[in-house]
Design a protein around this ligand. Structure first.
Ligand SMILES: [Fe+2]
Length: 305
């Protein structure tokens, strides 16, 4: 398998979406951190300090086994916070949990109002269950160097990547090349932090403080990306979310070795309803598409860095 599978197809050429770009927003509009904290049951706790919890310490103590050192296998799956995340998504869909609605509403609104204007103002096909990363400080490499095409994602897919811990940089972030084949690897240095600005009213100067999140869009389908062992003293908690402009989406895209069907209504949702008939948020959408062989939600989806 080559690093840039996809049959040489370049559906995004000329759209500008192959190039890396960073954007900012006010987290009062999109409170990702609070939503993730509630799902991980660590409300109010700084996410960059998750490695200091008793459950994380126990996990790291047990992390000496060989498979974990290779970055995959039981070590990663045993990460107590990723287990919570997985459990949250693999529950019976009839479970009434206000966190589900809150998450889905936030995701839908974020894709419709923030991502779509930065992808040509189109209807966006997006990953129903974004991938959460919780990377503790450790000497082990979390995952393999790759492109997402190696995992059979279709070639028009773009990655939106952002931290929910306070800051990611260097070895506690993701390393990417800025365009396919450019090999100018660099870490995504992004913040979820305060921005202070001076303003002036008719009487006085004043300081206003907003909390802004930086989010990176990169073409992970064809740009190689990887992680280094996190040698900082901070846990990285980040989200990656795949998105495709509707005009570039191939509903029949498949790969001979697919274990999972990347179909609308399965892995993907649409900002305008699965069948295109509405713009209802996901918890109100009924799947009209064939269910993915591996099930609609959760653990069967491949996860990787
Ligand atoms: Fe990836």
């Amino acid at each position: 398998m080559t690093a840039r599978e996809g049959g040489g197809r370049r559906p995004l050429i000329g759209t500008g979406l192959e190039e890396e770009a960073t954007f900012e927003y006010d987290v009062r509009e999109y409170p990702w951190r609070e939503v993730i904290q509630s799902i991980l049951e660590v409300e109010g706790m700084p996410l960059e300090e998750l490695h200091k919890t008793e459950e994380a310490k126990l996990h790291l103590l047990e992390a000496g086994d060989k498979e974990f050192q290779q970055g995959w296998g039981p070590g990663r799956r045993a990460n107590p916070f990723l287990r919570k995340w997985k459990t949250f998504w693999s529950r019976d869909s009839t479970v009434q949990d206000p966190r589900t609605k809150r998450f889905n509403d936030l995701l839908h609104r974020f894709v419709r109002d923030f991502i779509s204007p930065r992808m040509g103002n189109e209807t966006i096909i997006y990953q129903r269950e974004p991938t959460l990363r919780v990377v503790f400080p450790s000497p082990f490499v979390p995952g393999k160097r790759h492109t997402d095409s190696e995992y059979h994602h279709q070639p028009a897919e773009v990655n939106w990547w952002f931290p929910v811990s306070c800051r990611v940089w260097g070895t506690n972030s993701l390393w990417v090349e800025s365009e396919p084949g450019k090999e100018d690897f660099h870490s995504l240095d992004l913040k979820y932090g305060e921005v202070k600005t001076l303003g002036r009213s008719h009487r006085a100067l004043y300081m206003s403080v907003t909390v802004r999140l930086q989010v990176c869009r990169f073409y992970g389908n064809q740009c190689v990306h990887y992680c280094e062992p996190n040698s900082t003293e901070y846990t990285r908690v980040s989200i990656d979310l795949r998105a495709i402009p509707l005009s570039k989406f191939d509903p029949l895209y498949s790969h001979r070795s697919d274990r999972v069907s990347f179909r609308l209504g399965g892995y993907y949702l649409s900002t305008h309803g699965i069948g295109g008939e509405s713009s209802r948020p996901p918890h109100q959408q009924r799947s009209t598409a064939p269910e993915a062989p591996g099930g609609i939600i959760g653990s069967s989806f491949p996860t990787h860095y």
